[in-house]
Design a protein around this ligand. Structure first.
Ligand SMILES: Nc1ncnc2c1ncn2[C@@H]1O[C@H](COP(=O)(O)OP(=O)(O)OP(=O)(O)O)[C@@H](O)[C@H]1O
Length: 677
């Protein structure tokens, strides 16, 4: 009752009674015992020849109709949920029409299609095939009314499924049919099962379409609902007894769909089953750092068949996706790890999707991907030999960890044994070979992400695409996975694009850094340079330094003046520069002094700022400010550079610094490094 108004109980109870009382009345009307003359009685009535014929026919035809619904309905649901085509809404409405049509209308429609003089029936008749008023007609009538139940149930489940699982399977080399069989269908199995049960139930209870299209011939077309209807006037007791049989069947079916733990009913909540550990303690939950199995650091020998001989490949990508404002061109050297950085929406994932072949060619028109000199732009994701690891592990929940890792090699045609060996080798590389037998759902966040990396490595990809693989992990767990990635790369250098927002990833994993801004490359250089001498605002933020961009106005020996947005910055050039060069001025937050009044004398830069936040930063306090007119007048304050100053807590108290205060940020010219953009 939590949170529910009490009055809802009344209509709810009335509704329940409305369903239960008529059923109770039916049950009470049944004469279980035979009459005084020894005839009648429930058992005799439901075991009469007519009743058994009708029940047998109903079960046979309903099962056949359910099979037809599966064969036709599952592909229909797949097409409706996973494709787009003109007139799709209309097609969907037509498919679901039998749900709202009176069944008798369906029967008439079938008659005019498959009857003797029907649209198709008259041609079949010439061939000696007569459908109407046969058992086949019963099955067709039942299929006609039951099909939408299966389509609706499965389409709904497909629409809510995360299609990235299928993307992963494709990048692992699986063909569409393999993806369907091994990834899509297992994931919608509960919906498929409940849809089938509902279709079976609807077929079993079907009356109107059947009597119109198939008639009522005992043993041929007279199903149980027809038998009940016909007995109603001849023998009401028999009709009631047979109705009870249908009620019992309906109860069993309802229990199968909604009963506890059965076929994905509501009480069978999809919480992943966690196996206890051998010592009896519960299996670990996701993302709990303390529960990540300690990694021994040992690296198992790589047993990939192609690994030893094959040198890493070079990658050239031109990602042009106009709808997303992305236009990026990139060359990656063999075995190089390139970190792709940038703000949210900068185009990092889009770049990765283009390389993986996960965008349709219309969306990514103008894009091209060349691997080791071979143009794979038109190749399907499965043919590119490019593996993709995303922020979520996307492990196939119905498979073990080892089967997940073996998925790629199997999809590429390896035998079971060979795939298993490759999977174990890859799991060993990321330090979780001892988890091979676990279900994928029984892993912590860090273990799952390592398994996901192993699954990618097991295919020995030409290019590894890591799209924020550590972003969803706790710090400690991320460190485990980062180390695993680092060691895997050291053991076998692999051309890699690593999307990240984390400086540690750059420092530990990347050879080179590319920064994207609004779909364009704004910085590209060796990781060490980008971190120590950032040229883009994003890289400066990552490296924890202040950055102002502009054009060099004057150069006097090493001292130069940069005209930044509405301000002049004086600094020292660490490389040869000339007037007119686009350049950036970079300075550390700890070099910034904060003053309440305009400072006097010495070659200093002073920027009027409005304090935007004050936050702890190790033993110091970081004061963030946004230029506020004066030395820097930013026309778009929201886009203006944020400047940081690191002060002692005492200085913050003395200056009474709080968001909204106007102060001066002051930095000596000698502390400002200037370099070309
Ligand atoms: N499926 C999509 N359909 C249309 N536009 C999209 C789609 N996915 C992303 N975009 C848009 O494309 C641009 C680039 O998005 P993308 O996901 O590549 O950025 P990102 O750098 O990976 O961002 P984040 O760091 O938030 O993941 C954004 O403007 C985004 O809104």
């Amino acid at each position: 009752m939590r949170g529910l108004p009490r009055w809802t109980l009344v209509p709810a109870a009335l509704g329940a009674l409305f369903v239960v009382v008529p059923l109770a009345a039916l049950v009470l009307r049944v004469d279980v015992a035979p009459g005084p003359d020894g005839t009648g009685g429930l058992w005799a009535l439901i075991t009469s020849d007519e009743a058994l014929d009708a029940l047998g026919l109903s079960l046979r035809t309903s099962l056949t109709a359910t099979a037809c619904c599966l064969v036709l309905g599952a592909p229909m649901a797949l097409v409706l949920a996973r494709t787009t085509f003109p007139g799709q809404r209309v097609a969907r409405s037509l498919v679901l029409l039998p749900l709202v049509l009176p069944p008798v209308v369906g029967g008439i429609a079938l008659l005019y299609t498959f009857g003797r003089r029907g649209l198709i029936g008259e041609h079949l008749e010439v061939l000696g095939i007569s459908i109407a008023f046969s058992t086949t007609a019963v099955v067709m009538a039942q299929t006609f009314v039951a099909l939408p139940f299966l389509v609706l149930s499965m389409e709904g489940a497909l629409r809510t499924q995360d299609t990235r699982f299928e993307d992963v399977a494709a990048t692992l080399g699986a063909r569409p049919t393999t993806v369907l069989r091994r990834v899509t269908l297992p994931r919608v199995l509960p919906a498929l099962a409940s849809g089938s049960v509902l279709a079976f139930a609807r077929a079993l209870g079907e009356f109107g379409a059947t009597i119109t299209f198939a008639g009522a011939l005992q043993g041929v077309t007279q199903t149980l609902p027809l038998e009940i209807y016909l007995q109603r006037s001849a023998d009401p007791d028999a009709a009631v007894a047979l109705s009870l049989v249908l009620v019992v069947v309906a109860v069993v079916i309802t229990a199968a769909v909604h009963g506890p733990g059965l076929l994905g009913g509501p009480t069978a909540a999809r919480t992943p089953r966690r196996r206890p550990r051998p010592d009896g303690t519960p299996a670990p939950r996701d993302t709990a750092p303390a529960e990540v199995a300690p990694w021994s650091g040992e690296v198992e020998p790589w047993s990939g068949d192609r690994a030893a001989a094959r040198p890493p490949v070079a990658l050239h990508v031109r990602a042009v996706v106009p709808e997303r404002g992305v236009n990026v061109e990139l060359d990656v050297a063999p075995g190089e790890v390139v970190a792709i950085l940038g703000d949210n929406g900068a185009g990092k994932s889009t770049l990765v999707q283009v390389v993986a072949g996960l965008l349709d060619t219309r969306t990514a028109r103008g894009s091209s991907v060349v691997l080791d000199g071979t143009d794979v732009s038109r190749a399907h994701a499965r043919e590119r030999h490019v593996a993709w690891v995303s922020q979520r592990p996307l492990l196939f929940a119905h498979l073990s960890v080892e089967a997940n890792a073996a998925f790629g090699p199997r999809a590429r045609g390896a035998s079971r044994g060979a795939a298993r060996e490759l999977a174990r080798g890859a799991l060993g590389r990321v330090g979780i070979v001892e988890l091979a037998g676990r279900r994928a759902t029984d892993l912590s966040g860090g273990q799952a992400q390592r398994a996901s990396v192993a699954r990618a490595l097991a295919t020995d990809p030409d290019v590894l695409l890591l799209d924020e693989p550590l972003a969803s992990l706790d710090v400690g767990v991320a460190q485990h996975v980062r180390t695993a990635l680092h060691d895997a790369q050291r053991a076998q250098p692999r051309t890699t694009l690593l999307v990240t927002h984390d400086l540690l990833d750059v420092l530990v994993l990347a050879d080179r850094v590319v920064v994207l801004e609004a779909g364009r490359v704004v910085e590209d250089g060796p990781a060490a340079d980008v971190v120590t001498r950032p040229r883009s605002r994003f890289a400066a933020r990552l490296a924890g330094v202040n950055l102002l961009a502009g054009t060099l106005e004057s150069v006097d020996d090493a001292v130069c003046t940069l005209a930044a947005t509405g301000a002049r910055v004086v600094g020292t050039a660490g490389e040869p520069v000339s007037v007119g060069d686009p350049a950036v001025a970079v300075f550390e937050p700890r070099a910034v002094g904060v003053h309440r009044t305009t400072p006097e004398g010495s070659p200093r830069n002073a920027f009027a700022v409005v304090v935007t936040s004050v936050e702890p930063h190790g033993p110091l306090v970081r004061v963030w400010g946004r230029p506020a007119g004066g030395r820097i007048s930013d026309r778009r304050p929201d886009d203006g550079p944020h400047l940081a100053a690191d002060l002692t807590p005492r200085a913050v108290v003395e200056l009474r610094l709080a968001p909204g205060e106007r102060v001066w940020f002051v930095v000596k010219a000698a502390e400002v490094g200037v370099h070309r953009r």
